[in-house]
Design a protein around this ligand. Structure first.
Ligand code: TYD
Ligand code: MG
Length: 454
């Protein structure tokens, strides 16, 4: 038998070097390289089939039966999963510590066991008593829910063999280790091994498995960016834990749309799904304040209205500050340059702050026109009328470009009681769909500012 070999593995990107290095040559991260024992060549490698036979199967003989999804009991959680839980799927749920990962999964577990599914909740972080106390707080009266506090992968798999659960939750993937590997729990090879074993487990037995993953300070799942390609679905808790509401976003989903969004409210009875997020995000909107604008976004398949705020103030230092939360700072810089060139607004001597109220992150370019409007509103100290919604992509020439899924945005604005919608000319629907909302098409940024402020 060959002796186990050690390798030096970057915990950030998985790069393997033959000697220790202070900086990873691949991803450039400092101090990320850790010595780990690796499988000697010729030793039995972990592996197996993902369900079905291990021989090749003719394409037409593969059953294409639709997955029968089942509910987690939380409509917003079902939504981010693509419409419910798919048997045999492996889901990674990531987020900052204390944001509600364990709470969400325990609530879903409670619902599933109440509907007769045998469920195994493995915790490597909390004692059984701690979980029980949390469960009592959430009003759980389980009979099919089994708790296991164990960090050894092999023993967890043994328990799974004995118990034959129909759903598995592993909280968290970073605390579990395999005896076969010499490296510490949470190291990249351990985390990968654990995820791979759970992948085989969930595919072979056709049971759904949920892995909880912690996020490091810089926003990556600790080590496991490399987990994202192993699992079927990646969900992240977004925003801050200081808000009472929690946002879960689908980053990847083999069984549904990516970028889907679920909104919850954290209460003393656990997480409660919020079915009308626009109402939540607009609930604290100040009346008649300059710099505040409501934009129509679409996240996944769902339209959401959010309030965007900008503050333009005189700079105290030679280099003015630009800060953006919830929107891309580079996008804001670009739009500021466009305002300078096309509208002649001199913002070189001003600090500019842009924020999406409520902690949501808005990536889509349809927010551009809203960002511009909020900056101009604050700069001129003129409020935008309360009953207006704005959206549109802005090009460098100051043109307003078409957005996708426009009817969805218009309908949401109308249903939230807005009276006017400023939208790209090219996105104007052919027939007036919502008579109760007035559509104001614009072609350029100049034109939009005239509509808004003259
Ligand atoms: P937790 O789910 O343990 O977070 P994670 O597993 O992501 O680290 O806990 C989230 C926070 O939510 C914790 O600070 C306590 C709070 N909380 C409530 O406000 N209400 C509740 O019903 C529960 C169970 C927790
Ligand atoms: Mg937890």
């Amino acid at each position: 038998m060959t002796k186990p070999r050690s390798a030096f593995i970057c915990q950030n990107c998985g790069y393997a070097a033959s000697k220790w290095l202070g900086r990873c040559p691949d991803c450039g991260e400092w101090n990320s390289i850790v010595e780990e024992l690796v499988h000697p060549l010729g030793a039995k490698k972990p592996g197996g089939t993902l369900g079905g036979s291990s021989a090749a199967t003719p394409f037409h003989e593969v059953s294409s039966q639709e997955y029968t999804r089942f509910s987690s009991g939380l409509p917003e959680f079902d939504r981010v999963l693509g419409g419910g839980i798919v048997p045999g799927s492996l889901v990674l749920l990531g987020g900052d510590p204390g944001i509600g990962k364990s709470t969400l999964l325990l609530q879903a577990a409670e619902f599933m066991q109440r509907h007769g599914r045998r469920l195994l909740y493995v915790s490597g972080e909390e004692s059984e008593r701690q979980i029980k106390m949390r469960g009592d707080r959430l009003g759980i009266q389980p009979s099919h829910l089994f708790l296991l506090t164990e960090t050894c992968l092999e023993r967890i798999l043994e328990t799974v063999d004995q118990l034959q659960p129909e759903v598995i939750v592993l909280d968290s993937v970073q605390t579990v280790f395999s005896e076969k590997l010499g490296s510490a729990p949470g190291s990249i090879s351990q985390v990968r091994e654990v995820a791979t074993q759970f992948l085989l487990l969930s595919k072979q037995r056709s049971i759904p498995a949920f892995l909880v993953g912690h996020i490091t300070k810089d926003g990556a799942l600790a080590g496991p960016k490399s987990l994202e390609h192993i699992v079927d679905t990646v969900l992240y808790f977004e925003g801050e834990r200081y808000h009472s509401h929690r946002i879960v976003r689908t980053v990847k989903n083999r069984f549904g749309a990516a970028n889907e969004l679920g909104v919850f409210e954290m209460t003393s009875e656990g997480l409660i799904p919020v079915d009308n997020p626009s109402k939540l995000f607009l609930s604290e909107r100040p009346a008649g304040a300059s710099g505040s604008v409501v934009i129509g976004c679409v996240e996944g398949s769902r339209p959401i209205l959010v309030e965007l705020q900008a503050l333009v103030s005189g700079a105290n230092y030679a280099s003015p500050r630009r800060m953006a939360a919830g929107v891309d700072p580079n996008r804001v810089s670009l739009l500021l340059a466009m305002l300078d060139k096309r509208l002649g607004m001199q913002l070189g001597g001003s600090d500019v702050y842009v924020n999406v109220a409520g902690g949501l992150t808005v990536d889509e370019p349809a927010a551009d026109l809203g960002i511009v409007a909020s900056i101009v509103s604050s700069y001129r100290n003129r409020a935008v009328a309360q009953d207006r919604v704005i959206f549109g992509e802005v090009g460098l020439a100051g043109e307003v470009r078409a957005t996708s899924q426009t009817p969805l945005r218009i309908r949401e604005a109308a249903s939230m009681g807005f009276r006017q919608c400023i939208l790209p000319h090219n996105s104007l629907p052919r027939q007036e769909q919502q008579p109760e909302i007035e559509l104001i098409p614009v072609r350029t940024v100049q034109e939009s500012m005239e509509v808004l402020f003259d």
